[in-house]
Design a protein. Structure first.
Ligand code: ADP
Ligand code: MG
Length: 387
């Protein structure tokens, strides 16, 4: 969808901002550009909507060389979100959001209707916030309006330059999560600039790690953290990259152990006998459809004697996560509930349990898989430059 071919930018004063950039952003993909201040991220971004012209190479959007495109028409297809949201201070939130639809000639009523829809989408009640002015909003709310405005004309491409940079860490994390949920539904092709590796890892389907004016590594977050391509990248992602990896590695069915199970409606006595045979101290309690109901201890079953069913003795499962959730979530459930393991569910169905040993194995697996992933990424990257 967005393709850079050997793109360079030398500013008139002789500063080389970027050099030999080649990469591609697929349709519906979110790519983060991350690197220290001054490494050329904003320059890269502004060349896509032609606010800055490259001095070498070419950029294609949707297969079209943009140097031949009409810049105004091009920008209609590209939403732009910047730090501090860049809202017009003397226009209401609703009018700010309706800016682009109005510019491209929508009738006023339709533009406003669309703006109200978009405010709703980013979690701002249009009745409450629509009539306000930007100064009457919190930083986080202004940033949401910035996103709504960029999406108003439904452009296929979204450029976001440090969009969450101006808000405090707690609000930032909330905005990041909100945006990811939104992206799940709108599926824009997104280039997002940040200097924060945590943000890059959390947001990106893939990450471009910038050194001075060039890309040091372009790969999935897991690969960048697991197998940094250069010493520079390793230093940039930090010594705690092992921990960061927890948030980008998903729990898979193969990671799970299958503990003893007891059925909700079986007698306590039958379950107690079975657990004793298996030398097990507890069992997961499942409903008729294999749905997770809770857990029961061998002790509770034993002292129940003749009376009752497993269902009577089952306790609520506090620590559980869905299959596919990041390992970090499982780890944090374990800590929060002081549990030695967490249950993993696939929909409502019980899928198995994740133990600390399995968690460690899963982390290793993902490091190994990514060592191969990096080699694969490098091949794709070469073919871009050859084109
Ligand atoms: P980033 O967004 O990663 O902080 P920029 O793309 O803004 O980096 O800048 C990259 C380099 O280009 C920096 O060294 C910066 O000083 C320089 N630069 C940016 N804009 C101009 C300009 N208009 N003229 C000269 N140099 C510039
Ligand atoms: Mg910048």
């Amino acid at each position: 969808m967005i393709r850079f071919e050997q793109v360079g930018k030398v500013y008139p004063d002789g500063t080389t901002a970027v050099d030999g950039l080649s990469f591609e952003v697929g349709e519906g993909e979110l790519v983060t550009l991350v690197g220290p201040s001054g490494c050329g991220k904003t320059t890269t971004m502004m060349m896509v909507n032609r606010l800055i012209e490259p001095t070498s190479g070419r950029i294609l959007v949707d297969g079209e060389d943009i140097s031949a495109a009409d810049p105004v028409e091009l920008r209609r297809r590209i939403g732009y979100v910047i730090q501090q949201a860049g809202l017009f201070p003397h226009r209401t939130v609703l009018d700010n959001t309706a800016t682009v639809p109005s510019l491209i000639g929508w009738k006023k009523a339709r533009a406003r209707e669309r703006a109200a829809e978009l405010l709703e989408l980013v979690g701002l009640d249009p009745k409450t916030y629509g009539p306000r002015y930007p100064a009457q909003l919190s930083g986080g709310q202004r940033q949401r309006v910035g996103v709504a405005r960029a999406l108003a004309a439904d452009p296929p491409v979204l450029l976001m330059d440090e969009p969450f940079g101006a808000v405090d860490p707690v609000v930032r994390e909330r905005l990041q999560n909100e945006f990811l949920r939104l992206q799940d539904t709108v599926r824009k092709t997104v280039l997002l600039v940040t200097h924060d590796i945590e943000e890059a890892v959390r947001m990106g389907d893939r990450i471009a790690v910038y050194g001075q004016g060039r890309i040091e590594q372009f790969d999935t977050p897991a690969a960048v953290l697991g197998a940094p391509a250069t010493d520079y990248v390793a230093r940039f992602v930090g010594a705690d990259r092992g921990l960061k990896r927890l948030s980008v590695t998903a729990i898979e069915a193969d990671d799970l152990e299958q503990p003893p199970v007891a059925r909700l409606d079986e007698t306590a006595r039958a379950a107690a006998v079975r657990l004793r045979e298996q030398d097990a101290r507890w069992a997961v309690v499942l409903g008729p459809g294999g749905d997770l109901h809770g857990w029961v201890s061998a002790e509770a079953l034993a002292i129940a004697g003749e009376a009752g069913t497993v269902g009577d003795l089952a306790r609520r499962m506090e620590a559980w996560v869905p299959l596919g959730a990041p390992l970090k979530q499982a780890f944090s459930e374990m800590l929060q509930h002081d549990a030695g393991w967490v249950a993993v569910v696939d929909g409502a169905r019980f899928a198995g349990v994740l133990t600390p040993a399995k968690l460690h194995e899963a982390l290793r697996r993902s490091v190994d898989a990514d060592a191969q992933g990096v080699a694969r990424g490098a091949v794709e990257f070469d073919s871009v430059s050859d084109a």
